[in-house]
Design a protein around this ligand. Structure first.
Ligand code: CUA
Length: 345
């Protein structure tokens, strides 16, 4: 009697276990689907670059092979569990060892692993593009990005343009700790290491705006170290480079003019450069064309006058531990600074 009870409760808990596994599977599937929805989501299954395409193709190939393995193993397992389950009349099998079967089940995994290896090597070779010299250097800072176009004589921050359909070649380095350059939809990432220059190359295939992020934990604001990576036509790219290389345009609005005068009397210029003015600091982001950028605080907030004002009033509230100090000014003057900066197109 007691044995029957034990068996019944064991099968009950097995059923509950299976239900739990099913629920978990459904939840996981939901998370995967939801993750692919956001417009701003750096979805690696919607690649916009050559390396991203290669990685996606390889992922699906590996997924397909492993799915076949999974279904085969589960199928055989289910078949054997049902067909050879214990029956009152069953006897213990006396079969021992079978050379043929052992050779087969050693060979099949070996072949599968070899196929996976060859596919991976092929994809890696496709991703590796010839070196024709970098267009710019991406420099990691805690916690923002500098894009140095030394040939054209300008630097920008947290927003960079590249031309579609030709090799984009980027040198990457860091001024403080190890960061990692990653535009998920372009594919591939590379560590940015102080004192060392690394490289990354890919061909952006689709025009559009992509999210870039830091992929190596680098301190408190690692999660708020983002940038906007914009892929445009060759003509638009040339126009962007031309505009960026120009010095800052002089503002015309009364508020902005006042802000422009004010900024030269306070400490902003010791950390920030505004080309065409006496501000020549290099510690913080170059602000020459600040007004043209889509985001602030390393592309974590939209570049609006309200957000910029909040940032100037208390950067530590938005990004604790960042090196930007509070600007201790009356509201009126903070607003003039905002007007000036937003006019730096
Ligand atoms: Cu920089 Cu994480």
């Amino acid at each position: 009697m007691s044995r029957v009870t034990v068996r019944r409760s064991a099968s009950g808990s097995r059923r509950r276990g299976a239900a739990r596994a099913l629920l978990l599977g459904a939840l996981l599937a939901l998370v995967v689907v939801a993750a692919g929805c956001g417009a701003d989501s750096p979805d690696i299954f919607r690649p916009g670059g050559s390396a991203g395409e290669e990685i996606k193709t390889l992922s699906f190939q590996i997924f397909a092979i492993l799915a076949v393995v999974l279904v085969t193993v589960w199928g055989l397992l289910t078949f054997v569990i049902i067909k050879y389950r214990r029956r009152p009349e069953s006897e213990v099998s006396k079969t021992r060892g079978n050379l043929k079967i052992e050779i087969v089940w050693t060979l099949i995994p070996a072949i599968i692993v070899t196929v996976l290896f060859v596919l991976t090597v092929q994809a890696t070779r496709q991703i590796d593009l010839p070196d024709r010299g970098a267009q710019f250097t991406a420099v990691g800072h805690r916690w923002w990005w500098e894009f140095d176009f030394s040939e054209q004589g300008f630097k920008t921050a947290n927003e960079v343009y590249v031309a579609a359909a030709r090799i984009t070649s980027i040198d990457v380095e860091s001024v403080d700790v190890i960061h990692s350059f990653w535009v998920p939809q372009m594919g591939g990432k590379v560590d940015m290491i102080p004192g060392r220059v690394n490289h990354i190359r890919f061909v952006p295939l689709k025009e559009g705006e992509y999210l870039g992020e830091c992929s190596e934990f680098c301190g408190e604001q690692h999660g708020k170290m983002r940038f906007l990576f914009v892929v445009v036509s060759a003509e638009e790219y040339s126009a962007w480079v031309h505009d960026q290389a120009e010095p800052a345009e002089q503002p015309t609005g009364a508020e902005a003019v006042a802000g422009g005068k004010l900024i030269q009397t306070i400490a902003c210029g010791s950390c920030h450069t505004i080309r065409g003015t006496p501000s020549k600091g290099t510690f913080g982001p170059d602000l020459t064309h600040f007004g043209s950028r889509r985001g602030i605080a390393a592309y974590t907030l939209p570049n609006t006058p309200e957000n910029l004002l909040a940032w100037l009033q208390d950067p530590q509230a938005i990004k604790p531990a960042c090196t930007m100090p509070t600007v201790p000014l009356p509201l009126r003057e903070q607003q003039q600074l905002v007007a000036y900066l937003e006019e730096l197109k």
